[in-house]
Design a protein around this ligand. Structure first.
Ligand SMILES: Cc1ncc(COP(=O)(O)O)c(C=O)c1O
Length: 414
C-alpha cells in the first residue's frame, strides 16, 4: 500500500465548481481504492479503463525510481536505454507483424492527434496533397484536443465547442456502407483516413460491431486509398482478451494508437505505431513527425517496461479473456430481464451494461454509495447511457461476484 501526505482542503482541487466534494483517495491496493475515512472502493473500471495490472505493484515504482536516478530529461530525438528497450520490446512481442517503429507520447489524445499528422504526412509524401479529412463514427471518442474532438462522435463532449471544430463527416457506428457513401460525398481525393475504436468505449459502453463489419471497412479503405487508424487507446494491451482489440476481426490497420494499458495507470505513456510501408513512405520523402517535449521520458519507458513484464509474466491477456467471460456471463444472468438494463455486451474485460430510464451518472452514484467505482459511458442522445466494467486484468473470482452483487443492488435501488 502506498500513502501520500495529507492535503489541507479537497475543496480546492476541482478546476471548475462541482456539486459534490470529490472522494479523497489516500492509497491504492489490488483492485481497491482506499479513502481518507478508511472506506475501500472496489475499482470495477480500473479508473478510466487504465489499471490493467492492478494497483499497488511496487516493482513499477522501483523501476521508475531507479531509472530516474540515472537519467532525467533527454530530448526525444536522442536515444536512452529504456527508450530503446521499450521500442524493441513492443516491436518484438506486442505489435502486429510489419509494425517495427513506435512514437511515444503522454496520453491518448496526444497519440490520436499524432496519428492524424502521420496520415497527413503519408499522403503528402505520396504527392496526394488534397487528402486531409479524417472520418469517424457516431458514437466514438478519440480524445479532447481540438482536432480529436472534431474527429470524434462524442456529442456531449463536443457540445458548445463547435466553432472550433473542423466539420469532418461522421458515419453511424455499425454501417460499413455508410462509410463508402460518406467518402464519395466528401470527395475521395480529400479523405486521408478513417479512425475507429475496435470496441467503442467511453462514448457508448463496449459496443461491438457486426461480424462482417471490419472486413468491409478494410476493403473500403483500401479501395479509396485511405488509411485505417485503429484507436486502441482503451482496447490495446490485452483489455479485450487479445493483445489488440482489432485482432478479433479479419482487419489490419495501417496506423495503431494505444495508451492506457501501456503505462497501466503508473506512468503517463501512449504510443503511435504504423505499418512499415506507411513510415517508409514518409521517411523516403524526407518527412518526419514532430515530438512532444514529454515524448517517452526514460523513466516513463522504464515504468512501461515493468508494466509489460507483469503482463507477460502473469499471462494477463489470457486472463482478460477468461475472467471477462466469467464477468460478462454473470452480469448477463444477474441482469437478465432487469427493468434498468437492456443489454450486456463487450469483449474480454471491457463490458457494457446498457441502461434504460436512468442516466449513467445516477447509476454510478448508486454503485459508489455501495463501495464500487464503475465508468459512466454515454455521449448524449444518439446512444443510450451504459455502465462500463473494466476491472484490473488481475481481478479475482470473488471480486467479480462482488461487482455483480453491487451492480444488481445499485440498479434495484433506482
Ligand atoms: C478510444 C480513446 N481514444 C482516445 C482517448 C483519449 O485519451 P486521453 O484521455 O488519455 O487523452 C480515450 C480516453 O478515454 C479513448 O478511450
Amino acid at each position: 500500500m502506498s500513502t501520500v501526505s495529507e492535503p489541507t482542503s479537497v475543496d480546492r482541487y476541482p478546476f471548475t465548481r462541482v456539486a459534490n466534494r470529490p472522494p479523497l483517495v489516500v492509497a491504492t491496493e489490488g483492485s481497491e481504492l482506499i479513502l481518507d475515512d478508511g472506506r475501500r472502493i472496489l475499482d470495477a473500471a480500473g479508473g478510466a479503463v487504465v489499471t490493467n495490472i492492478g494497483h499497488g505493484r511496487h516493482e513499477v515504482a522501483d523501476a521508475v525510481a531507479a531509472a530516474m536516478r540515472s537519467i532525467d530529461y533527454v530530448v526525444p530525438t536522442w536515444a536512452t536505454p529504456n527508450r530503446v528497450a521499450l521500442v524493441e520490446r513492443l516491436a518484438d512481442r506486442w505489435l502486429p507483424d510489419g509494425f517495427d517503429h513506435v512514437y511515444f507520447a503522454g496520453g491518448g489524445s496526444e497519440a490520436t492527434d499524432t496519428a492524424v499528422r502521420v496520415a497527413r504526412s503519408y499522403h503528402l509524401a505520396r504527392g496526394d496533397e488534397g487528402r486531409y479529412k479524417v472520418l469517424a463514427r457516431v458514437p466514438s471518442y478519440h480524445g479532447a484536443t481540438v482536432t480529436t474532438l472534431a474527429i470524434g462522435g462524442h456529442m456531449a463532449r463536443r457540445s458548445g465547442l463547435d466553432p472550433l471544430l473542423a466539420e469532418w463527416p461522421k458515419v453511424p457506428w455499425n454501417d460499413a456502407g455508410a462509410l463508402a457513401s460518406a467518402i464519395e460525398a466528401a470527395g475521395p481525393d480529400t479523405v486521408a483516413a478513417f479512425m475507429a475504436e475496435p470496441v467503442i468505449g467511453a462514448s457508448a459502453g463496449a459496443l461491438v460491431a457486426d461480424d462482417d463489419y471490419w472486413q468491409q471497412i478494410m476493403e473500403i479503405c483500401e479501395h479509396y486509398g485511405i488509411l485505417l487508424i485503429a484507436d486502441e487507446v482503451m482496447t490495446g494491451f490485452g483489455r479485450t482478451g487479445l493483445t489488440w482489440g482489432h485482432q478479433h476481426d479479419p482487419v489490419r490497420p495501417d496506423v495503431l494508437v494505444s495508451a492506457k494499458g501501456l503505462g497501466g495507470g503508473y506512468v503517463p505513456m501512449s504510443m503511435v505505431s504504423a505499418s512499415n510501408h506507411v513510415l517508409d513512405t514518409i521517411s523516403d520523402a524526407g518527412g518526419s513527425v514532430m515530438f512532444f517535449t514529454y515524448s517517452g521520458p526514460d523513466a516513463m519507458c522504464a515504468g512501461a517496461l515493468a508494466v509489460l513484464d507483469i503482463m507477460e509474466r502473469e499471462n494477463l491477456v489470457e486472463r482478460a479473456a477468461s475472467m471477462g467471460e466469467r464477468l460478462q456471463s454473470s452480469l448477463r444472468s444477474a441482469l437478465d430481464g432487469h427493468r434498468r438494463v437492456t443489454e450486456v455486451r463487450g469483449r474480454g474485460l471491457m463490458i457494457g451494461a446498457e441502461l434504460s430510464g436512468v442516466t449513467a451518472a445516477a447509476a454510478v452514484d448508486a454503485c459508489v454509495e455501495r463501495g464500487m467505482w464503475v465508468y459512466p459511458a454515454g455521449s448524449g442522445p444518439a446512444v443510450a447511457d451504459a455502465l462500463l466494467f473494466a476491472p484490473p486484468l488481475t481481478v479475482s473470482e470473488d471480486e467479480i461476484d462482488r461487482i455483480v452483487a453491487i451492480t444488481v443492488d445499485a440498479l434495484d435501488s433506482l
